[in-house]
Design a binder for this molecule. Structure first.
Ligand code: ATP
Ligand code: MG
Length: 273
């Protein structure tokens, strides 16, 4: 894929790639306070739920959280492969914690819970981040709250953070999942982006790779916002296509006609599919 558009706009790297350093994330005040609240919850050994539409930036918030929690006090375990049964779920946790493999689900659970107690003696607290949790099979979900019960459910020794699409919360509200839901004391939802968020995001990511002035006109930004909605992933894709097209046309600013052209050709190829 040609990267000529970078030199055309004087950019040092791809502005909208997903490979963004934890310290370089776009952090408007709303995201900053979300990360602070999550960090406070982890310090209180509480568990949390984080929901939002696809591409709105949930996993990036986790990365900011990772950056905010000191490794000396927190052992973060990120679990993304949620479409497994209970035994494989605990097997994954064992592996991530560097524990011996055990055979049965019971032994695996025991290994994880004993390790969590040992870590607590060293003042290290595990945080299990379960991403894509709306895809969790029911049997690990049924069991997850038991992992939070230490010393007759009196000691908070670890935190679980479930992250997923908005339907995750609907699922947790079901009677069957109430034991877990009631233990997720902090419930955060990343709301929809407003047009100013999209503009701020575009500017911030472009500035990080050396843009010194606006590369998108106000009109182009509002069309981009309308097309991508709250999905920053879609914003990334459309904005990249727009920069490429503008560079091919030797334009120094992305105007509305470029956006309109790209969106038209996207909808034509969707129609053909
Ligand atoms: N705070 C941010 N800073 C920089 N880029 C971001 C940020 N949030 C999101 N993005 C961009 O948007 C893309 C999608 O974000 P992310 O993967 O966090 O979404 P998600 O809500 O986890 O989506 P999904 O529900 O599909 O897993 C990222 O790859 C990144 O390029
Ligand atoms: Mg994600």
């Amino acid at each position: 894929m040609s990267l000529d558009y970078l030199s055309h706009f004087g950019l040092s790297a791809q502005p909208f790639c997903k490979d963004v350093d934890d310290t370089e994330l776009w952090m408007p005040p709303s995201k900053q306070s979300l990360v602070e609240e999550l960090t406070d919850a982890m310090h209180a050994r509480a568990s949390a739920l984080l929901t939002g539409e696809p591409g709105v930036g949930k996993t990036c918030v986790l990365r900011a959280l990772r950056h905010a929690l000191t490794p000396a006090n927190f052992r973060l375990v990120y679990c993304q492969n949620t479409t497994v049964g209970r035994r494989d779920f605990y097997r994954f946790l064992c592996l991530a914690l560097g524990l011996q493999k055990a055979q049965t689900a019971g032994d695996l659970f025991l290994a994880v819970s004993t390790h969590v107690e040992d870590l607590a003696k060293e003042r290290v607290y595990p945080v299990f981040l379960v991403d894509e949790a709306h895809l969790l099979h029911q049997d690990p979900l049924d069991h997850l709250h038991i992992l939070l019960n230490y010393q007759w459910d009196s000691k908070p020794l670890l935190s679980i953070v479930l992250i997923g699409l908005p339907e995750l919360e609907d699922r947790l509200r079901l009677r069957r999942n109430r034991s877990l839901y009631s233990r997720l004391h902090h419930r955060f939802a990343i709301g929809n982006l407003v047009p100013d968020d999209t503009s701020d995001y575009i500017r911030s990511r472009l500035a990080r790779v050396g843009a010194t002035k606006d590369l998108f006109s106000a009109d182009a930004l509002s069309i981009l916002h309308e097309a991508a909605g709250s999905s920053l992933r879609d914003t990334d894709r459309i904005a990249t296509a727009a920069l490429r097209t503008a560079a091919r046309r030797k334009k120094k600013i992305v105007e509305r006609d470029v956006l309109t052209r790209i969106l038209q050709s996207e909808s034509q190829s969707e129609d053909r599919a």
